[in-house]
Write a protein that binds this ligand. Structure first.
Ligand SMILES: NC(=O)c1ccc[n+]([C@@H]2O[C@H](COP(=O)([O-])OP(=O)(O)OC[C@H]3O[C@@H](n4cnc5c(N)ncnc54)[C@H](OP(=O)(O)O)[C@@H]3O)[C@@H](O)[C@H]2O)c1
Length: 409
């Protein structure tokens, strides 16, 4: 995430069509300046600045809390920060408990700023509402509501019932944006899929030879590496795996590797590939329609996990695959497919966000591959559309990102 903030230059907000919706504190600061606050404007601003700190703490958990949300908490007493913490790792204590444990003085009468509504149920950890109530904290300020049906407003009610003053929705937009993966995963019961590709200004993702190293420059590629550390899994088609022999790992020191998923209907992945050679470093799943048990055993023996799904339109069924990955607690996927898999993913309706890196280069070549292929739409009016567009610069390369518009919208 540090890379994103440092390397990504947000273009200025020109009009309503281009919204800078990335997690950029500078650019989104004004959006919720008027968050309702019983203490008036001055307190509102103060609440926002502590919440901003809680957000920065929450981000430190990026890549480690999945499928839990990233959460940060700051405890303030008499204008002094006396404790802070964040949810560091899945299964470990929540932000509120870490912040309470770090307190340098008695938190009784203090305010806790927490980016997500405190939980009130037993999961891998006991309820945070209990810890807050027994600490004597007198005010709780929250950012997002928790969409988890086990919490969903109950955390706030329990705190209020115990006489604790609660202020909700401070920097809600920023807090919601930080956990877009968690919100999607919990409410839709599917992984959040980000379709990412790098193309030239003339719309090619590889030269006509199939060679795609490199389309974009180092800064853009570093941002992709950061995203590989951020999302739970990375998915590619067998076309890309056979052509590029990629590693699909995160090369940023200290970051964990995403789970690698190869869409390979007929089990054609080479056992001599670089992916096969690096299985001890990164959990690797092949999704396939293959029914040949002996062949499947060969891949299992080599360390691959196999997910068998049905065949649809000649290839594996991506919606069925998403259901299976949800069951495996994979909350997010960076889709780094070629044009064939990207088209199928769009058509299947599994893509939530698109990231298009655009390099100021021209490859030409009528047979050079493009980011989305398949049969395509028959009319511009039938185009897949994006909303909430943001634009950032990485060196010379542009990153345009947006969220897919549901067909019902
Ligand atoms: N610049 C970039 O961002 C970028 C990124 C990735 C790739 N590339 C380039 O793209 C080229 C490869 O493109 P590609 O389109 O051949 O590769 P691809 O989209 O990665 O893989 C396509 C293959 O995936 C398999 N597949 C499994 N399930 C599928 C489904 N539901 N829908 C569609 N395909 C499915 C299909 O084979 P089976 O059905 O037999 O399994 C299909 O032939 C290479 O030149 C690579 O360098 C560029």
């Amino acid at each position: 995430m540090d890379n994103i903030k440092n390397a990504g230059t947000l273009l200025p907000e020109h009009d309503n069509k281009i919204k800078c919706s990335g997690i950029s504190y500078e650019n989104t600061a004004c959006a919720h300046r008027n968050a309702t606050d019983p203490h008036g404007n001055a307190a509102g601003t103060r609440d926002e600045s502590y919440m901003r700190l809680a957000l920065a703490l929450a981000e430190k958990g990026m890549g480690h809390t999945s499928p839990n949300p990233m959460v940060g908490a700051v405890i303030v007493k008499d204008g002094r920060i006396i404790g802070q913490g964040y949810h560091e790792r899945y299964g470990e204590p929540h932000a509120e408990r870490n912040a309470l444990a770090s307190c340098t003085e008695d938190p009784a009468g203090a305010t806790i700023y927490v980016t997500l509504e405190p939980c009130c149920h037993y999961g891998k950890q006991p309820p945070c509402t209990d810890a807050i109530i027994s600490s004597g904290i007198s005010r709780v300020v929250t950012g997002s509501g928790d969409p988890n049906p086990l919490v969903a407003g109950k955390g706030i009610s329990i705190l209020s019932e115990h006489g604790i003053e609660v202020t909700e929705h401070v920097l809600k937009k920023e807090c919601d944006a930080l956990n877009e993966v968690f919100f999607h995963y919990i409410t839709r019961k599917k992984p959040f899929v980000v379709m990412k590709y790098a193309m030239t200004l003339d719309g090619k993702i590889a030269a006509h030879t199939g060679n795609s190293k490199w389309v974009t420059g180092e800064e853009a590629r570093n941002n992709v590496q950061a995203d590989r550390g951020r999302y739970s899994a990375i998915m590619a088609g067998i076309g890309t795996v056979l052509k590029d022999d990629p590693l699909l790992t995160c090369r940023i020191p200290g970051r964990r590797n995403p789970v690698r998923i190869i869409c390979d209907s007929s089990l054609r992945t080479s056992l001599k590939s670089r992916i096969a050679a690096t299985i001890p470093e990164a959990r690797t799943i092949i999704a396939t329609c293959c029914n040949d048990d002996d062949l499947i055993r060969t891949y299992s023996d080599a360390g691959f996990e196999i997910i068998k799904v049905n065949r649809t339109d000649g290839h594996l069924d991506l919606n069925e695959l998403m259901d299976r990955l949800y069951e495996l607690k994979i909350d997010s996927i960076l889709l780094e497919g070629g044009g064939k898999l990207n088209w199928s993913a769009l058509k299947a309706g599994i893509v939530n966000k698109v990231q298009a890196y655009i390099a100021p280069k021209l490859f030409g070549g009528e047979n050079a591959r493009t980011p989305v292929e398949g049969e395509g739409v028959s009319d511009p009016a039938g185009a897949f559309r994006l909303k909430d567009i943001s634009i950032r610069l990485f060196g010379e390369d542009l990153l345009i990102e947006g969220y897919t518009v549901c067909l019902q919208e």
